[in-house]
Design a protein around this ligand. Sequence first.
Ligand SMILES: Cc1ncc(COP(=O)(O)O)c(C=O)c1O
Length: 339
Amino acid sequence: MEEIDWKNLSFGYMRTDYNVRCYYRNGQWGKLEICSEETINLHMAAVCLHYGQEAFEGLKAYRGKDGKIRVFRPEENAARLQSTCRGILMPEVPTEMFVDAVKMVVKANERFIPPYESGATLYIRPLLIGISPQVGVHPSTDYMFVIFVTPVGPYFKGGFATNPYVIIRDYDRSAPLGTGIYKVGGNYAASLKANSIAHELGYSCEFYLDAKEKKYMDECGAANFFGIKNNTYVTPKSTSILPSITNKSLMQLAEDLGMKVERRQIPEEELATFEEAGACGTAAVISPISKIDDLETKQSFVISKDGKPGPICTKLYNMLRGIQYGDEPDIHHWVTFVE
Ligand SMILES: Cc1ncc(COP(=O)(O)O)c(C=O)c1O
């Protein structure tokens, strides 16, 4: 068996031993099947390939200091996938089936769960695709649900640090009444160009304003946004952003810390008033923001004066990671053990 260099993993794909699959045919879900084949055999006219009837999720399994394997809030990913299913007319994956499949795929690939000390994790990727062959634009009749896993490196290799972000007004990732609230591949295709421009310019990630008025902060790449000021956690209320499970958890932890939590529109100018700000998501938990530049207006909102993560971002980051790894008590019952 090959040795894995846990310390040098990137956010890439590494082959693991098994994936878990399940088919929806004749109006019902079949049984979960464990599979060692990495590829899927798909009809060239499958609906997912042409009309984007596909959804995915992303979550992680963590190995604790106690050796136990924890998965963070899988029921929330199941609920979000169900919401996506309703949004693009796919059959819902029941929560129990989703969580069973997560546990099954993690257990089957136990040898790929990175050790506690490495800071690396096992990324879990559920995928749901419409597989019926057809050329007319209408929902598929048959579906395939698959979950695979792959070990990924820690987001902060050199320690928890701030990053610069850039507002790009020339592109929208999703429309106010579009699919931004769902986790469908099309949103990510729509973000590739702006993301590549941001990277070429040396920014960590692109930021979107609301598509209609171009006034309010929406989200950044594949993460939600939050700002901190006056002991308040402020995060955008928008019909075009993905409801982040990390953000939902951070809002709860901010409340636990005695902070006020506000979900409302955040005008771009308000960036100048934040004491701290961050991008949040499964990948990094929190990626603290050093500054946000507006490519068109040339305004630069410096958030971190000394370039370091602020005390509240640091505290929230440590609290959430502590729960995920089992270093802190799981007071909200967010953790599912894989035994
Ligand atoms: C567009 C987008 N926003 C936000 C998030 C963060 O969501 P979560 O915290 O559930 O990972 C993600 C990542 O899944 C994303 O792709």
